[in-house]
Design a protein around this ligand. Structure first.
Ligand SMILES: Cc1cc2nc3c(=O)[nH]c(=O)nc-3n(C[C@H](O)[C@H](O)[C@H](O)COP(=O)(O)OP(=O)(O)OC[C@H]3O[C@@H](n4cnc5c(N)ncnc54)[C@H](O)[C@@H]3O)c2cc1C
Length: 400
C-alpha cells in the first residue's frame, strides 16, 4: 500500500479522504488545529450554503477560471454532492435563492460530524495538532506536533489542502506561502474576495443608516451584473450582491485609486414605469415622491442623495435614471482576514490537470489554496468538495 499524507483537514481534504480507495492507500490526515473543518463551521454560522442549485453549465460559469474548475465540477457535480450527503443521512433543501442548505434543524456541526465519522470509519488516521513546517533535505514533509519537536511523516504521496488566507482563527492563515515560494513555486499575492468594500459615506448618512439593508437591488460593474442585497456598514457595503463583483472590483483597485459601481435600486421596475409613476405623483417634495410613489425606503433614498448632485436631484428624468444606476464610489477592499474567501494562492500553471505540482514530485494541491475564485452561495464549498472527489478518483485509478 502506498502511504498518502493529506495536509490540512478542511472540506477539500475530507472529500478526498472520504472517496480514496483505502485498499490501495494508507491515508493520514494531518491538521494543525485540535479539531478539523473549522472554517466549514464558521461558514455555517450565517446559514450554510453547501452548494448551489443550478444546471451544470450555469454552475460552471460562476467560477473563475471556469475552464480550470470545469473537469472537477463535471466529475462531482452539485447533484452528486447532494446525493452523497443524502446517502449519509444529511438531508438538504433548496432555498428560495437556489442556495442549498442542510435540512432545517440540522446544524453545520452535525454535517461535519457525518463527514468526519465517515472518513474515520474508512480507517483513515487523523493526526491533529500537527502543523506542517516544510520539507527536509530528503524531500520528506516535516511537522511540529504540540508539545513535541519536529517530526517527519514518510509519504509516497502528499496532498496539500491548506486553504486560503482569511479567518486565521480557523487555521487557514496562508502561512504556507513562503515555504512554497522557497521551492520556486509561484504563489499569487493573497487578496480579499467575497468581502466588504469601503464607501466614503458622509457622517450624517452613516449615523442613521449603519446596519440597514438595501434589499432587492442589483449591481453592475464592467459587464458583471448581480442581484441580491447589501448591508450598509460604517466601512462601506457588504452582502451577496457586492461579493459577486469582488474579484473584478479588486482587479481594478490594483491600478485605480477608486472605482465606481452602479446600483439599481429598483431592478424589477423599468425606467419607463418609474418615470411614469414620478410624473403622475401629486406630491411636491422629491423625497416624498421617492418614498411614497416609487417605494424607495429611507436608506435607499439616503444612498441616492449621497451620490447625486443638486441638479440631478431636482430633475425628475435625471433622478429616475440615477435610481436605475446610482454611481457608488468604492475606495478599497475590506481586510483580508474578514473576507469569506481569498484571491491568490498557488498559481494554476504550477499544477497539471490532476493537481500534481510540476516542481515537487508526488505532491498535489487542492481547495482554496489554489488561485481560483467563486462567489458566495455554495460555490466555494462545491468547488473544494469537487476537487477532493476528483483527485480521489484519479488516485483510485492509478496503477490499474
Ligand atoms: C465567514 C465565512 C462564511 C462562508 N460561507 C460559505 C458558504 O456558506 N458556502 C460556501 O460554499 N463557502 C463558504 N465559505 C468558504 C468556505 O468555507 C471555504 O472556501 C472552504 O472552507 C475552503 O476549504 P479548503 O478545504 O480549501 O480549506 P479550509 O477549509 O480553509 O481548510 C484548510 C485547513 O488546513 C489547515 N492548515 C493550514 N495550515 C496548516 C499547516 N501548516 N499544517 C496543518 N494544517 C494546516 C487549517 O487549519 C484548516 O483546517 C465561507 C467562509 C467564511 C470565512
Amino acid at each position: 500500500m502506498k502511504k498518502l499524507t493529506i495536509i490540512g483537514a478542511g472540506p477539500a481534504a475530507l472529500m478526498l479522504a472520504a472517496q480514496i480507495d483505502t485498499t490501495k492507500y494508507e491515508v493520514t490526515l494531518c491538521e494543525k488545529k485540535n479539531t478539523v473543518g473549522r472554517k466549514f463551521l464558521v461558514a455555517g454560522e450565517g446559514g450554510l450554503n453547501l452548494t448551489f442549485n443550478a444546471s451544470l453549465e450555469a454552475l460552471i460559469a460562476q467560477y473563475h477560471p471556469s475552464a480550470f474548475m470545469e473537469p472537477s465540477l463535471r466529475e462531482f457535480t452539485n447533484q452528486d454532492f447532494i446525493n452523497w450527503l443524502n446517502k449519509r443521512g444529511v438531508s438538504t433543501f433548496v432555498g428560495s435563492s437556489n442556495r442549498v442548505f442542510p435540512e432545517r434543524g440540522v446544524k453545520p456541526i452535525e454535517v461535519l460530524k457525518t463527514m468526519v465519522d465517515h472518513v474515520a470509519s474508512r480507517g483513515i488516521q487523523f493526526q491533529l495538532n500537527t502543523t506542517w513546517t516544510g520539507w527536509n533535505t530528503d524531500g520528506q514533509v516535516t511537522f511540529e506536533k504540540t508539545g513535541k519537536t519536529s517530526e517527519i511523516v514518510k509519504s509516497d504521496i502528499v496532498v496539500f489542502a491548506l486553504g486560503g488566507a482569511s479567518w486565521k482563527v480557523t487555521g487557514s492563515d496562508g502561512h504556507w506561502k513562503s515555504a512554497f515560494e522557497n521551492k520556486g513555486i509561484n504563489v499569487k499575492p493573497f487578496r480579499a474576495a467575497n468581502c466588504a468594500f469601503e464607501v466614503p459615506w458622509n457622517s450624517d448618512f452613516i449615523k442613521i443608516h449603519q446596519g440597514k439593508p438595501l434589499k432587492n437591488i442589483a449591481l453592475s460593474f464592467n459587464g458583471l451584473f448581480a442581484k441580491g442585497e447589501l448591508v450598509v456598514s460604517e466601512f462601506g457595503l457588504e452582502g451577496n450582491a457586492i461579493y459577486a463583483l469582488s474579484r473584478k472590483i479588486q482587479d481594478q483597485l490594483l491600478t485605480k485609486k477608486e472605482v465606481v459601481i452602479h446600483l439599481d435600486l429598483k431592478p424589477k421596475t423599468t425606467l419607463e414605469v418609474l418615470k411614469s409613476k414620478y410624473k403622475k405623483s401629486t406630491r411636491s417634495k422629491v423625497t416624498d415622491i421617492l418614498k411614497h410613489d416609487l417605494n424607495l425606503d429611507r436608506t435607499a433614498v439616503g444612498v441616492l442623495k449621497q451620490f447625486t448632485d443638486k441638479n440631478t436631484f431636482s430633475n425628475p428624468n435625471l433622478l429616475v435614471e440615477t435610481i436605475k444606476a446610482v454611481p457608488v464610489v468604492i475606495k478599497s477592499a475590506g481586510v483580508l482576514d474578514e473576507a469569506i474567501s481569498t484571491l491568490g494562492g498557488v498559481a494554476l500553471d504550477e499544477i497539471d490537470a490532476n493537481f500534481l505540482l510540476k516542481k515537487i514530485p508526488n505532491t498535489y494541491i487542492i481547495g482554496e489554496m489554489l488561485d481560483w475564485y467563486a462567489p458566495t452561495g455554495g460555490y466555494l464549498l462545491q468547488g473544494c468538495f469537487s476537487m477532493g472527489a476528483t483527485l480521489a478518483k484519479y488516485f483510485n485509478a492509478l496503477d490499474e
